[in-house]
Design a protein around this ligand. Structure first.
Ligand code: TTP
Ligand code: MG
Length: 369
């Protein structure tokens, strides 16, 4: 049975870091604005994080060295600013909150990008989805004051490519019947996962556009790029993508807390209780498909004071055994330092990392073939 047509959006904030700087200082708007990551070795060493569209006209863009950006903007009244990530995070989370309200399912993929499944909200109609996107853009503009570009399509892959078609402040709707015509003329490196190296290889095979890629023999693609990638490229070029929009979850941490049967300073009694909490947390974790990097314990003492301690792991993990181990270590240390008996115990994990989007897509694709 064919799957019902989905309607998926990708919203990508325009020249995001630079737009945030314009927001708090509107006088910057007509000038080239360059946000840099300064490495600190010399005054100009480092790279461009992003630039507003005025600066882009001078050939300044993400990734180029700052000295080159300065050279390209010589004799121009340009503004160079360092990255202020915390401020951009604040703006981002306000926007994401608004976008979420428009989605059946919502998946934030980076500080400035999110997928929305709007199939139900738009009653399966691309016409309605377009109106929804217009409303959403107006809403964000009014409430926060920033613009973004939206791509609408029957899946994530098409939505993502469409979001890039009319930047900034764009809205591009690609209906299912228009997917082939939309994708065919585009350069092959517009497909997610086709970087410089791969597109070079493809060009050498005579594949320049997505249309060329769609027509290319899939067996030959598999020979050159391996089974997973070859099949993925083939499907992607045809605009086929069944990846769901995956809810990333509201909270930035998961915690559970519970009262002990009796007040205690006994590690074994504490761990028996925390093991139950960990089971529960782990279920939640698997459902949300995230890894954690920080583990915390909470202890409420007999005098009702609340103590907490935490530990940052070397790498993010979703392993329940690693969680148990960290909780044990934390409580061992804690009990060694505290005199009072514990009344309630809690466990908390935070600093979530989603699996690398690309990796995940390829893996789940691999699993489904
Ligand atoms: P992008 O969405 O790739 O770029 P952008 O929002 O600046 O511009 P566009 O209008 O084309 O979407 O990245 C989002 C932010 O991530 C960007 O504002 C700054 C940061 N970034 C870097 O720090 N380094 C990079 O190389 C890139 C590509 C982005
Ligand atoms: Mg962006």
């Amino acid at each position: 049975m064919p799957l019902p047509t989905r309607i998926v959006m990708l919203a990508d904030l325009d020249y995001f870091f630079a737009q945030c700087e314009e927001l708090r200082n509107p006088a910057l708007k007509d000038k080239p604005v360059v946000i840099g990551v300064y490495s600190g070795r010399t005054e100009d060493s480092g790279a461009v994080s992003t630039a507003n569209y005025v600066a882009r006209k001078y050939g300044v863009k993400s990734g180029i060295p700052l000295y080159l950006a300065k050279r390209r903007l010589q004799n121009v009244d340009a503004v160079f600013l360092p990255v202020d990530y915390e401020y951009y995070e604040q703006i981002s989370s306000k926007i994401m909150q608004i976008l979420k309200g428009y989605a059946d399912a919502f998946e934030q993929v980076s500080i400035d990008e999110a997928y929305l499944d709007v199939t139900q909200k738009a009653h399966g109609s691309f016409e309605e989805a377009k109106r929804l996107a217009e409303q959403m853009k107006a809403d964000a503009k009014r409430q926060v004051g920033v613009t973004f570009s939206v791509g609408v399509g029957p899946n994530k892959l098409v939505a993502k490519i469409a979001s890039n078609a009319e930047k900034p402040d764009g809205l591009t709707v690609v209906r299912p019947e228009a997917v082939t015509a939309f994708l065919s003329p585009l350069a092959v490196d517009r497909v997610l996962g086709v970087g410089k190296k791969i597109s070079k290889k493809m060009n050498a095979l005579g594949i320049k556009t997505i249309g060329d890629l769609a027509r290319y023999d899939v067996q030959k693609l598999v020979e050159v790029f391996g089974k997973t990638s070859g099949v993925y490229f083939h499907n992607a070029a045809k605009g086929v993508d069944n990846e769901p929009v995956q809810e990333t979850g509201e909270a930035e941490s998961i915690s559970r807390i519970s009262t002990l049967k009796e007040n205690t300073r006994d590690l074994a009694v504490v761990l028996e209780k925390t093991d139950q909490l960990i089971e529960d947390i782990h279920k939640d974790l698997v459902q949300r498909n995230v890894s954690f990097k920080q583990v915390g314990i909470i202890a409420i003492m007999t005098d009702l004071s609340v103590r907490s301690q935490s530990k940052t792991l070397e790498t993010a993990t979703n392993d329940v055994e690693a969680l148990r181990q960290a909780v044990r270590e934390l409580f061992e240390k804690f009990l060694g330092e505290s005199e009072l008996e514990i009344r309630r115990v809690g466990v908390k994990i935070s600093h979530f990392a989603k699996e690398e989007a690309e990796q995940k897509r390829l893996t789940s694709f691999f699993q489904s073939t």
